[in-house]
Write a protein that binds this ligand. Structure first.
Ligand code: ASP
Ligand code: CP
Length: 322
């Protein structure tokens, strides 16, 4: 392959890096989502399909993960590909011996058809994309930057429930300053007419200023508040977030952790036709007493859709015949 393309999706996913939601337009989301029901069917069948048979994907995760790792690994196998999984390369690869990020990427691209990367440094996926010359890079979370595949899957879950992506009120609740999936989902939602977004957070950990600017430029109606009660009765999607301990000082963590949560009292104020989401893991910000409410989708469809949407995305990026 010659130099790979690195740009907007513009209706064609083949060979492209997936770094940011900035690359997507509504038509790309429509194409991606159109393949998800078929992916679901494949996943529920006993035998995997052969959509990307013969392809090998490297999953290179410098940060811990349950869902993103688990669902990418599952997704690739469900559509007939194989994986090379390098978890914690800081401990289990030649990074230990001092190998540079650049060399690591160059080496793993030699073995694979795509690299899926998670890394604590913001901008690292873009950096990997600049280094890799032949294979696409998929961002599985870069520091406090973006988490595009989480947001695409979340958007799919919202659409599945409401049958539309227009005129919804989405409320982001919790620690927002370090939350890459909030950044990505807010960017995605901004594409749809009539969307309102409220950001409810403790002081000092409100919305990332770049995202605020992004939304303001797009003329999206946003509110930034500290008290969930001000919006809860008028909420369609309540998107809850964890305190990202790993990105802040111990002092700030102690100040925030345990100070906000969703319990039965919050539930009782929500509309019958609303949903509660969380990218997970949760660490006390949604109490288990909420889990069995039909509006709580975080341990149900939100998880499963993560796999189906990733199956569709990989199939498209690797040019598989769907
Ligand atoms: N799992 C998501 C992420 O990696 C959210 C979280 O960790 O709280 O960004
Ligand atoms: N939602 C999410 O990214 O979960 P993991 O950090 O467990 O991958």
């Amino acid at each position: 392959m010659d130099n790979k393309p690195f740009d907007s999706i513009n209706g064609d996913f083949r060979g492209k890096d997936i770094i940011s939601l900035d690359q997507f337009a509504q038509k790309d989301i429509k194409i991606l989502f159109s393949h998800v029901p078929k992916m679901r069917e494949i996943a529920l069948k006993a035998m995997p399909s052969k959509i990307i048979a013969g392809k090998i994907v490297v999953i290179l995760f410098y940060e811990p993960s349950s869902r993103t790792f688990g669902s990418f690994s599952t997704a690739i196998k469900q559509i007939g590909g194989q994986t090379v999984e390098i978890l914690n390369p800081q401990q289990f690869s030649s990074v230990v011996k001092g190998e540079t990020f650049e060399d690591t990427i160059r080496v793993f691209e030699a073995y694979s058809d795509a690299i899926i990367i998670r890394h604590p440094e913001t901008g690292s996926a873009q950096k990997a994309a600049d280094i890799a010359r032949f294979v696409p890079i998929i961002n599985a979370g870069d520091g406090i930057g973006e988490h595009p595949t989480q947001a695409l899957a979340d958007l799919y879950s919202i659409k599945e429930k409401f049958k539309t992506l227009h005129n919804l009120h989405v409320v982001f609740f919790g620690e927002l300053a370090h939350y890459r999936s909030v950044n990505s989902l807010a960017k995605l939602l901004a594409m749809f007419e009539g969307i309102r977004m409220s950001f409810i957070s403790p002081a000092k950990v409100g919305l990332n200023p770049n995202i605020r600017q992004y939304l303001q430029n797009k003329k999206v109606k946003i509110r930034e508040l500290h008290n969930l009660d001000e919006v809860i009765e008028d909420t369609d999607v309540l998107y809850v977030s964890r305190v990202k301990k790993e990105f802040m000082s111990e002092a700030l963590y102690k100040k925030i952790q345990g100070k906000y949560f969703v319990d039965k009292n919050v539930l009782s104020k929500m509309k019958a036709k609303s949903i509660i989401m969380h990218p997970l893991p949760r660490v006390g910000e949604i109490l288990p007493e909420v889990d069995n409410d039909p509006r709580a989708i975080y341990l149900r469809s939100q998880i499963r859709n993560g796999t189906y949407v990733r199956m569709a995305l990989i199939a498209l990026v690797l040019g598989g015949k769907i």
